[in-house]
Structure formats: C-alpha cells, structure tokens
Ligand binder design. Sequence first.
Ligand code: IMP
Length: 431
Amino acid sequence: MSNAVIVGAQWGDEGKGKVVDIFTEFVDIVVRFQGGSNAGHTLVIGDEKTVLHLIPSGIMHKNKVCIIGNGVVVDPEILLMEIGRLRDKGILTDPAQLRLSTDAHVILPYHKQLDALRENQKGKARIGTTGRGIGPAYEDKVARRGIRVHELTREAVLREKLESSLDWINFQLVQYYKDKPIELGALIPQMLAWGQELAPYVEETPLYLDREIKRGRKVLFEGAQGTMLDVDHGTYPYVTSSNTVAAGASIGSGVGLKAIDHVIGISKAYTTRVGAGPFPTELDNELGEHLRAKGAEYGSTTGRPRRCGWLDLVVLKNASRLNGLTGLAITKLDVLSGMEKIKLCVGYEYEGKVYNDLVASSFDLNACKPIYEEHRGWKDDLQNARDFDELPDTAQRFIRRIEDLTGVPVFLVSIGPRRRETIMRSNLFRE
Ligand code: IMP
C-alpha cells in the first residue's frame, strides 16, 4: 500500500493524532487537507505532551515532510507560534520539513472577531464553535474575497482586495454588531510581516505532491474533526465549515482520487462531542461524567468539557459508507475498563420505526432513541496487553462486534496515550 487517508469516524477528537503519529513511520509525507486551528491533536511522546493545531502531527518524526494543503484555512499567528515552539524544541529545524500551500486561505483577525460576535448573538442557538474564525474564513473563500497565502507578500494586491472587502466587513462589525472596525493601516503591515516569516515554507503543494508521488513517495492524508462534522454529511447546521470526509483529501491537497489506496477511520470505544448539536447516545449522567474524567475528555483547543456517551454503530456505519473505510482503528478502549456493562448502539427508534442507517437530514436525530446491545465489561487494566489475544475475552468480543456490524476490519486498538500502548492486528502499510 502507498497512500492513505485517516479520518475521524465520529464528531472529532477520536485520537487521530496518535494513529497518524504511529503510521508516519511508514510514510514519507503527511498532509493536512481541511479545517484549521479548530483542530487540536495531542501527542504524548515519552513523558512530553505536545498539542498541535495546524502542523500535521507527523512533524514529530525526523526526515518526514509535513504539508498544509490548499484546503486548510491558516491562521498565521497560530502557525508561526507552532513553528516557533517546534523550532525551540529542536524538532522543526529545517523549513523543508514543512510545506505550506500557496493557495491555502488565510484566517484574519476579523474572521475570529466575527466568529465570536455571531456565536454571542445566537445565544441558545449557537453552534458552539471553537472561536477560531473557521466559518467566516471559509465563507470568504466561497464568496471569492478570501486572501490566500501567496498574496501575503504582495502589498498592492492586499491593499486592493482588503479595501473592497473591509467595506463589507466593517459594515457588519460596526452597524450590525456594534463593535470596533478593522483598521486597514494596521492590518497590512501585520500581514506582510507574516508573509515574510512564512515565505521559506510556502510551496505549490499540488505540484510538489504530484512529483513526490510519481517518485514513489508514500503519503498520509491527515483529516481533522470528524465525519459527523462534515458540512455536507454531518449533523448540519451543527458542523464545521469544511468537508471532513475522505474525499476532502483530494480537493484539499490537489491530489487525484486514484492516488489514494486506503481510507482509515478512527473511532473511540465510546463517543464524545464538543459543541452543540444532536448526540443520540449521550450520557448526561454519572456514567457520562465517569467517561469524561477517566478519558480526560476536555477539548484540546478550547478546554471545554466534551459530552460523552456510548459507542454508536449507526454513526460508524455511516462513516464507513461515506468515507469508503478500508480499516478502523479503535482508540481509548482502556477507558471502558472496570465497567460492569458496556452498551453499543445498533439502531435508532424514531416515530415507532427502527433505523439502522443514518442520513443526517432525513430525521430529527434529537428525537431518535438509541437501541442498545448490552455487553459484559472487563475488570483488568489493558495497558500491558501487546497482542489482541492478550486482551480480556469480553474486550475482544466487543471489538469483533464492531467489525461484524460495520463490516470494516479493526486493524488497530489503542489502550493508552503512549505509542507502546497500541495493539496492531495488521499493518496496512506493510501489505
Ligand atoms: P468550528 O469548526 O470552530 O466552526 O466549530 C464548529 C463545530 O465543530 C463545533 O461544534 C466545534 O466544537 C466542532 N469542532 C471543530 N473542530 C473540532 C475538533 O477538532 N474536534 C471536535 N470538534 C470540533
């Protein structure tokens, strides 16, 4: 196998960072293709924790190239901060390790300002965004007034484009939201400074990838957020503003579909969600609190407590279909240890009918009652298991049931945050 996409099969935070980190060893290039600094990948290497929002987690490996693709919306302040931190740690020592697409759109301060103002105004109907300006930046991209990375060094272009778009932006900020306007005079020097600092990293990444793939280099496409947050296929409008499904890898990196051999979905052994929106298997009780405490379920970007619930196989089947999953990785199985009974949602009851498949728009997910299968839990700690056979029988049965119901092989089980706390049943990258 050569090139693979890794996507979240749930509502994000599935532990993609750890799985990407493990597989980076077998590839040459890691690409981010959508989203922005709304993502947060926590990596634990040795005893050190690193949280990355924009730079692919593959950067922690030497001799690998990380790419921020054209589909990403880039906040230069955050990117430069991450570059600085990784440089200080001696990790990102050569700009050639990180390639930033000329065509990625730039998140500007007013995108963040608008994101916050809108959420405040919506009150109870808020989406619960990360406040990182993601929605407003993608809106500008689609409205054909966005600023792209390659424009950050071109003063005349910036001035012309911003003079016209700031009219509209400031009208909203001042007249509608009664907030402060953006001053063009201060913004342009700031953008030019970012442009200069980022220049060594900027690259025409679709051409770069084409060249490298033709040379036989292996590429891992690292998704952010999760399938249920996809702007087309997720729980709209409680979604992010990009296509999080695997097909987004092609659009957001400029690589044709034929170059992608495998699609790997990541799912926790239970479910979490941050922000608002339907969540049929949510446990708004002590059990949910137990999962939150044991699984340290707090957002790595915003620190918000994550909503927790049982694993939902309707959601996983949906992810399998939409992404064309060829393999599943189940993370945080250890968090379920010690529970007497574990539930798996295998369908929904809605208006007296049973549904086993999901089309997000066809029924009100809030009104769906999960249909559960109950499984016996296991007492033992899992951390020392290194082989699938070393897991308690009940844990093995739980994993096999996920395979039965989704029709997708579980090739990796994660039983703790460290690299060594991983059971690899087969390595897709060696087949
Ligand atoms: P936005 O992407 O900041 O616009 O937020 C839209 C929705 O997606 C909110 O419910 C966020 O909580 C959720 N979201 C965005 N990024 C992530 C992520 O990386 N993990 C989990 N949820 C996310």
